[in-house]
Design a binder for this molecule. Structure first.
Ligand SMILES: [Zn+2]
Length: 428
């Protein structure tokens, strides 16, 4: 028996070595409608996770589909693709390695060091960071509890008030509405640190903070974010339980009351773009909506941070109609994209959501716009699929700098259009 076991192990070592498969991400392109249908089936019936687009319903001929394929489904999926002559390339060959890279050394840097902001942090660490930041900046940073998640985790926003003049307007930024988009919370931390460090030193950020208070919600979906650290790195939705289904989670960015659950969202709880039982059914989206409803007179600019695909989007995503100030928003997004290109060389697409990507109803940006906050943007940060959601920590810095460039361009324009700026404290 023992001899047999050794022989079996040796055989496996011998044959297994060269054909070892990892969890991978494939980039797949269907040329015909039949291939599109096969791919839709593969992405729903096998143990895979769609990275791009958000849901199989958006798969079209010639579109590049990014599909996460765990090692144990690899052979089945590739056999099916080959059988139907569907072209694919391996985008990422070993996602486990990249995930390890993203979670390494999570709390070794002091929170005051710049290297701290070039790493991804666990939810617990982000909660510590929120308190640490407020304690170290007692006159300028306040923590506001705006609600709690489905699993009762607190939703903390930071309020930055660098200048105490009365009747200031405000900028709102939320990050991490989708759990797996880790660069988003990393950006919120980066932005707060950048604001506190460069106020009075950098002309643009000083001008912005002299004219606007800034609310920053670093993790809008804490339950989902926690789950991506502990259990499933590919998780997108929140973690709420739906009646009558074993599938978990609502897509919070389909849960707002803007053409809620029309084309581009799903009533099916197992879908990645499940809209929930009714608009604002989820405590996370309700908390943000409540806060913005009660601050709609001061908040002039709304920004929500996502990844990946490098786009600067504005309403509408829930209809192909143009908003009344379309031209304004287009010019602001264009300037932001041009600045990024000039300083960092990267291309960002820009435009109204529905026309630039596809119809996506129930999004926070559209709802905010209809509430009366006429400057509303969704940023899709780096990259364009090279690493996707698994953007290595070494890329955080550039991704955040690009996004700061865009925030500055847009916020300065909003100030210019909505108020007479006060004299900046900044002096040359
Ligand atoms: Zn997203």
């Amino acid at each position: 028996m023992k001899t047999l076991l050794i022989w079996f192990v040796l055989m496996n070592l011998d044959t297994g070595h060269s054909t070892e498969t990892h969890d991978q991400v494939l980039s797949i392109t269907s040329k015909t409608q039949e291939q599109v249908d096969v791919l839709k089936n593969i992405s729903t019936q096998h143990e895979t996770v769609l990275w791009q687009p958000d849901s199989p319903q958006y798969i079209r001929e010639e579109s590049h589909v990014h599909l996460f394929v765990p090692a144990n489904s690899s052979k089945t999926v590739k056999d099916l693709l080959q059988k139907h002559s569907i072209a694919y390339v391996i985008l990422l060959d070993n996602t486990k390695e990249l995930i390890e890279m993203q979670t390494r050394n999570v709390s070794t840097d002091p929170r005051s060091s710049s290297s701290y902001y070039q790493r991804y942090h666990s939810l617990e660490e982000i909660y510590y960071w929120i308190n640490w930041t407020a304690q170290n900046n007692p006159s300028t940073v306040k923590v506001i509890l705006i609600g709690s998640s489905y699993e009762k985790r607190p939703l903390y926003a930071l309020k930055l008030t660098l200048n105490n003049r009365p009747n200031k307007t405000a900028l709102w930024i939320d990050c991490g509405i989708h759990a797996r988009e880790w660069i988003a919370p990393a950006f919120c931390l980066w932005f707060v640190q950048h604001s506190l460090s460069f106020y009075g030193r950098n002309k643009d950020i000083t001008n912005i903070l002299d004219n606007m208070d800034v609310y920053v919600l670093p993790v809008m979906n804490p339950d989902g974010y926690k789950y991506t650290w502990t259990t499933d790195r590919m998780w997108r939705k929140n973690r709420s339980i739906s009646k009558g289904s074993s599938c978990i989670g609502v897509d919070l960015n389909r849960n707002f009351d803007a053409n809620w659950c029309t084309m581009g969202a799903s009533h099916e709880p197992c879908s990645q773009i499940y809209c929930g039982a009714f608009p604002e059914s989820e405590p996370e989206s309700q908390a943000v909506a409540d806060f913005l409803r009660s601050h709609k007179d001061s908040v002039q600019l709304y920004l929500t941070i996502h990844s990946y695909s490098q786009m600067l989007l504005f309403p509408y995503s829930c209809t192909l109609d143009e908003v009344e100030n379309h031209q304004d928003l287009l010019e602001m997004a264009q300037e932001a994209a041009q600045n990024i290109k000039r300083h960092y060389g990267n291309n960002y697409k820009y435009g109204a959501g529905a026309k630039t990507i596809y119809l996506a109803p129930g999004g926070s940006d559209d709802w905010v716009y209809n509430l009366g906050i006429k400057y509303s943007f969704t940023f899709e940060l780096q990259d364009r699929g090279e690493y996707g959601f698994l953007l290595p920590p070494s890329h955080i810095s550039k991704a955040c700098k690009e996004a700061v460039t865009a925030v500055k361009a847009i916020a300065l324009k909003v100030i210019e259009k909505t108020q007479v700026p006060t004299r900046s404290l900044y002096t040359v």
